[in-house]
Design a protein around this ligand. Sequence first.
Ligand code: FE2
Length: 266
Amino acid sequence: MRILFVGDIFGRPGRTIVHDRLGELQKEHGVELTIANGENAAGGFGITPQIAEELFELGIDVITTGNHIWDKREIIEYMNSANGNEASLARKLLRPANYPAGSPGFGWYQGRTRSGVDYAVINLQGRVFMTSNDDPFRVADELLKKITAKVVVVDMHAEATSEKLSLGWYLEGRVTAVLGTHTHVPTADEQVLRGGTAVQTDVGMTGPYEGVIGVQRDLILQRFLTNMPLRFEPATGDVRLCATLIECNVATGRAIAVQRIMLRQQ
Ligand code: FE2
C-alpha cells in the first residue's frame, strides 16, 4: 500500500498547489492513504473549520497539526463537534497527542481505507526549543497499546532533527513511519530503518519558497533588523508541494520504501 504524507500546507499558496496537483500525484503513485499537516493552512497561522473541510474535500484523509493548532479559535468548537465520532470529518483533524490532558480534540485517529486496510495516524509534538508538553516518547508507547492497526504513521511536529530521528529509532519496528514536520525545510535523510520504519526528519513545506519558511521575506528581515513585532503575511512566489511517499506491507505494517517528492507550481 502507498501512503502519501504532504508537508506543512502554508496559506493560500499551499492550498492552491494541493488543489492543483494532489489528485495527479495520488493517481500517479496509486496512493491509498493521504495525510497532511495543515497547521499553517490559514494564512500561515492555524486552520479554520472551512479550510479543514476544503482539504478533506481535496482528498486528504487525516489532517495533523502542531503548535499553531489553536491560532484560529473557532477550530476548538469544530474539533469538539465531532464528539469522538470516528465517521465525523472533524474527528480526522488532529492536535498533538502529548498536549495536556483535557485539551480539545484527539491526537490520534484509527480508520480504514477504501480497500479495507486498517490504519492509524499519531500526531506528536517535540519538546526541544518548543513549549512544554508531555513526553512524546511515552505518549507514543501508551497510544500503541490502544491501536490495533498494523499501518501506523506518526507526524512528529518538532524543531530538533535529533528529537525527530530519535523518535524514529525509538519506534523502529513498531510503526510504519515517523515523519517530521514544523521546520518547513525538506531534509534529504529519508531512510527505512531495519525494523521496517520509514523516517525523515522533515517532509518540507507545501507553500511559497520565495520567502522565509513561508512568510514574506521583507517582514522577516525587518523583524531580525529591528526586533519589533510585525504582522506576518504569507509569501507568494516559487510555490512547491513537498511530500513523502511510503510503500508498506499491509499485513505487517512494515515500510518497504520511502521517497521524497517536490513539485513546483506549473
Ligand atoms: Fe509548527
